[in-house]
Design a protein around this ligand. Structure first.
Ligand SMILES: O=P(O)(O)OC[C@@H](O)[C@@H](O)c1c[nH]c2ccccc12
Length: 273
């Protein structure tokens, strides 16, 4: 499995010479263990086969402060089933060699601190994880995680909020590894009726500060949203709640079918001229 950065380099190298029709990565997010870890393993393979370039996998947590109702409910269901980090990593160890999309693990900071940074990083590396997002890790503390992660070949992706000042955006862009996660709206994750046009300005502003890939997430739930974000020049479109919602269907089989179809339709929408 290639790294997060290599994945974006590959996409850029595949973009047409004129450069304006950049390839845009599709990054789905799902919550591990919802409805169960077997289905998560299958879901990762389904997403990989249906157009995902990278995949975000959320470790369920009891206090997901940055998450909206859909992902909070998924985390609760998963925790109630007994999903724990060790089980997620054990599942990943068997699945990651079978998929090409780099896995980006999503976890809040507490579980990392509880396990200890060196131990945590060694275990996720062993499981085949290539990227890490810790939504509640402030930039000021990112370094204590960023450098040890780098040593393990794991790229720590930092988040830019729409309210971040230009200086802060510049500092985050400099530190972020793999790509920069531009959060499109203030508030929590969750499907919204449209993407804020402010994202277009923010993307332009960030382009002038860095040439690192920029992924846009939060509220993207329609094919139109994905096309719009891509037309604004994003290097990746991140979709979470809309996948989590579809996976939580009447049965695991229905859920897997639903995310396969949705992933394929997003892929087509993003690649269309
Ligand atoms: O769910 P949305 O609105 O599509 O947004 C993606 C988001 O779910 C995913 O990237 C994510 C899940 N949990 C997070 C916590 C913080 C930032 C981002 C996330």
């Amino acid at each position: 499995m290639i790294s997060v950065s290599e994945c974006f380099q590959k996409l850029r190298s595949e973009s047409p010479a004129n450069g304006d029709r950049r390839q845009c990565a599709l990054i789905p997010f799902i919550t591990a263990g919802d409805p169960d870890l077997d289905t998560t393993a299958k879901a990762l393979q389904v997403l990989d086969k249906n157009g995902a370039d990278l995949i975000e996998l959320g470790v369920p947590y009891s206090d997901p402060l940055a998450d909206g109702p859909v992902i909070q409910a998924a985390a609760t269901r998963s925790l109630n089933r007994g999903t724990r980090l060790d089980g997620v990593l054990e599942m990943l160890k068997t699945v990651s060699p079978t998929i090409k999309a780099p896995i980006i693990l999503f976890t809040y900071y507490n579980p990392i601190l509880y396990r200890g940074i060196p131990e945590f990083l060694a275990q996720i590396k062993d499981a085949g994880v290539k990227g890490l997002v810790v939504p509640d890790l402030p930039l000021e503390e990112a370094e204590i995680l960023l450098y040890p992660a780098k040593e393990q070949g794991i790229e720590l992706v930092l988040l830019v909020a729409p309210t971040s000042s230009p200086d802060r955006i510049e500092a985050i862009a400099r530190q972020s590894q793999g790509f920069i996660y531009l959060v499109s709206v203030t508030g929590v994750t969750g499907m919204r009726s449209q993407v804020q046009t402010r994202v277009e300005d923010l993307l332009k502003q960030m382009r002038s500060l860095t040439d690192k890939p920029i992924g846009v997430g939060f509220g993207i739930s329609q094919l139109e949203h994905a096309k719009q974000v891509r037309s604004w020049g994003a290097d990746a479109v991140i979709v979470g709640s809309a996948f989590v919602n579809r996976l939580a269907a009447a049965s695991p089989e229905h859920g897997l079918e639903a995310i396969a179809t949705f992933c394929q339709s997003l892929r087509t929408a993003i690649d269309e001229d």
